[in-house]
Design a protein around this ligand. Structure first.
Ligand code: G6P
Length: 633
């Protein structure tokens, strides 16, 4: 989704801004631009399309200057055109602004500006309206000060132009309904940036004689690892060697300087052709890291101190609600099965986008988990806020440590999966499932699970990293299967119990990066309609490990075979032998208890989507129309 990078320092801004935008590329966008101030000029380059195009524009006529702002835009208001690309200017053409988020009342604000005689709009965006509004307030304030000065009036002591610009930003933002992360520069105020946020992330990177603004710290981690994660309603005035944080209301702000958890090296592709493949192959480590220090063989349970709950509070939990979007929602569905099986606590999964807008009946003893890799997904954040507003204990399961969800929740569990750059989530899914299993173990051990049952669960979790390594060795076999089916128009995915959500996740991966039609269903639903789709050119993928429901899956596989549908089976144990004459292709993985099975079964399916997408020549890490972190509703 939209990205912001701003720079003020002693170096040329252009290469730093362009490099920062490239690092945000994975988040998804459809146009890009920069504005760099060079004395009397604000040099702007912007265009629809990829950052490579912007790079060409900048190479043709390099903008010079040591402070500026830049942006990648993911279209919401107005088509992805050159005109609608950010930065946008105020009516004077001196103030340039980039903006993430949505200004819901932009039409009303625009009407007011039009009424006041300002009709110099060149785009269809809500952002340009905000630029005009701030510019108008600033110009008025400067003119008033000039008049007061020439009249010898005492109010000539008004703040300088930096203060006036910050005040104009505050006054404008108080009129805004909606969400924003913004950065702006003004031609008349050298070496000065202003940033502000509400609902869209913004981080200040603190360097030596240089400072940065970015919507995602990965854009600037190559330059500094000292960061201030701004809070909603913060306004920051940034100069080379200082910064000042205040609130939209005008109060002095508190802030904390943090060390960024990862380094520039962690966000490099290394020898892998794509981030997605790198992240698939990192899963042995990321699952190990999700468990590190959290399993206690002595007490036969999980230790999750970040939940910030006493044993008595944990024992009193009577109901669990798991909420999230996309892949996180699928992990939540597996969490529902684990928590109900291991702890026997009624658990429900709610799409964050639904949960936040409906009045789900909740009991006093409900514990809510908001699950989000990025910790910035607007719907999940909305669900978290709604739940907290109603007074429920609301915890986060996040990867991004400094994210808004992590900071606003009452506690939670960090995934420690490392940066996930590929738009299609992979390692965050397996980490989420591992953590939800640990939560099931913890809650179960406070209830009916014996020490020996607890030990068995810990052993199953600890065995996963080496089993994941074994599954990853199947990558070439899966690549061959992908090649074999490269001309199909779509795929169906089926699974039962813990592997039903894996069918949904596999279909999502397939859709996201191959753009093929794909659907996931509980295997038994086949006969309730889906079977009408079965035909020789539409393969069905069955996730059918050697478990209690294997024979049920077998029946469904036979139903597909009888209608000449090709079958790819992901199985384990004796499954390979039993499927030998029925399935066209068999991928055999280690046999494990049902509650950890998804962590292994999903990997061949991530690889299948990946290899098929590569075979089809798709842009695997930046699939069309998708964004890594969806910060709009
Ligand atoms: C977007 C991404 C998905 C992701 C979902 C939730 O739709 O494309 O891959 O699963 O957001 O993201 P989150 O960061 O909240 O886990």
């Amino acid at each position: 989704m939209c990205g912001i990078v701003g720079y003020v320092g002693r170096s040329e801004a252009a290469p730093i801004l362009l490099d920062g935008l490239r690092r945000l590329e994975y988040r998804g966008y459809d146009s890009a631009g920069v504005a760099i101030v060079n004395g009397e000029h604000v040099e702007t380059r912007k265009c629809a399309g990829r950052i490579a195009e912007l790079g060409k524009l900048m190479a043709e006529k390099p903008p010079t200057g040591t402070y500026g702002i830049s942006h990648t835009r993911w279209a919401t208001h107005g088509k992805p055109t050159d005109q609608n690309a950010h930065p946008h200017f105020d009516a004077s053409g001196k103030l340039a602004l980039v903006h993430n988020g949505v200004i819901e009342n932009y039409q009303a604000l625009k009407d007011q500006l039009l009424q006041d005689g300002d009709d110099n709009f060149t785009s269809e965006t809500d952002t340009e309206v905000l630029a005009h509004l701030i510019g108008k307030l600033y110009d008025t304030s400067v003119a008033e000060a000039a008049n007061a000065g020439s009249n010898g009036n005492a109010s000539a002591q008004l703040p300088n132009n930096k203060g006036r610009l910050v005040e104009a930003v505050r006054t404008a933002l108080r009129q805004v309904i909606g969400t924003y992360g913004i950065a702006l520069v003004h031609r008349d105020i050298p070496d000065f940036l202003v940033g502000a946020r509400r609902g869209s992330p913004l981080v200040l990177g603190v360097g030596k004689e240089e400072n940065f603004l970015a919507s995602d710290v990965s854009a600037i981690v190559a330059y500094t690892r000292d960061a201030v994660y701004l809070n909603d309603f913060d306004v920051v005035a940034v100069e080379r060697d200082k910064f000042e944080i205040s609130s939209v209301a005008g109060q002095a702000g508190n802030y904390q300087l943090s060390k960024v958890e990862f380094t520039d090296a962690d966000i490099k592709k290394g020898d892998y052709p794509h981030y997605m493949l790198k992240e698939i192959f990192e899963q042995a480590d990321s699952v190990r890291d999700a468990m590190r220090g959290r399993l206690s063989p002595e007490e036969c349970t999980a230790k999750l101190g970040g939940l910030n709950m006493t044993p008595a509070q944990l024992r009193d939990v009577g109901r669990v609600v798991l909420t999230g979007c996309g892949t996180a929602l699928h992990a939540a569905m597996i969490g529902e099965y684990s928590i109900e099986q291991l702890a026997q606590i009624p658990t429900e999964v709610e799409y964050a986008s639904e949960f936040r807008h409906r009045n789900t009946p909740m009991t006093r003893d409900t514990l809510v988990f908001a699950i989000s890799q990025s910790g910035e997904t607007a719907d999940t954040l909305g669900a978290l806020r709604e739940s907290r507003r109603k007074g429920y204990r609301t915890l986060g399961i996040c990867n991004n440590v400094a994210s808004t969800i992590a900071r606003e929740s009452d506690g939670g569990v960090y995934m420690h999966a490392g940066p996930e750059i590929g738009v299609a989530a992979t390692k965050s899914f397996t980490s989420q499932v591992a953590i939800l299993t640990a939560i099931g173990l913890l809650l179960g051990r406070m209830r009916h699970l014996s020490t020996s049952e607890g030990t068995r669960i810990i052993e199953a979790l600890e065995a996963l990293p080496s089993q994941i390594e074994d599954v990853l060795k199947l990558s070439d076999q899966i690549k061959a299967i992908a090649k074999k089916y490269a001309s199909v128009n779509g795929m169906l995915f089926f699974g039962r119990q813990f592997n039903f959500p894996v069918a949904l996740e596999a279909a999502l991966k397939m859709k996201e990066i191959t753009y093929l039609f794909a659907e996931g269903h509980p295997s038994a639903e086949l006969k309730h309609g889906i079977i009408a789709l079965v035909r020789p050119d539409l393969p069905s993928v069955f996730i059918a490990p050697d478990d209690a429901v294997f024979s049920k899956n077998l029946n469904n596989i036979e139903q597909v075979r009888a209608r000449k549908g090709p079958v790819i089976a992901i199985t384990s144990g004796t499954g390979a032998d039993r499927l030998a004459k029925i399935a066209d292709d068999i991928v055999s993985i280690p046999i494990v208890p049902d509650y950890v099975s998804p962590i292994l079964t999903v990997i061949p399916l991530q690889l299948l989507a990946y290899h098929l997408a590569v075979e089809l020549g798709r842009d695997v890490d930046k699939p069309r129309n998708l964004a890594k972190s969806v910060t709009v509703e």
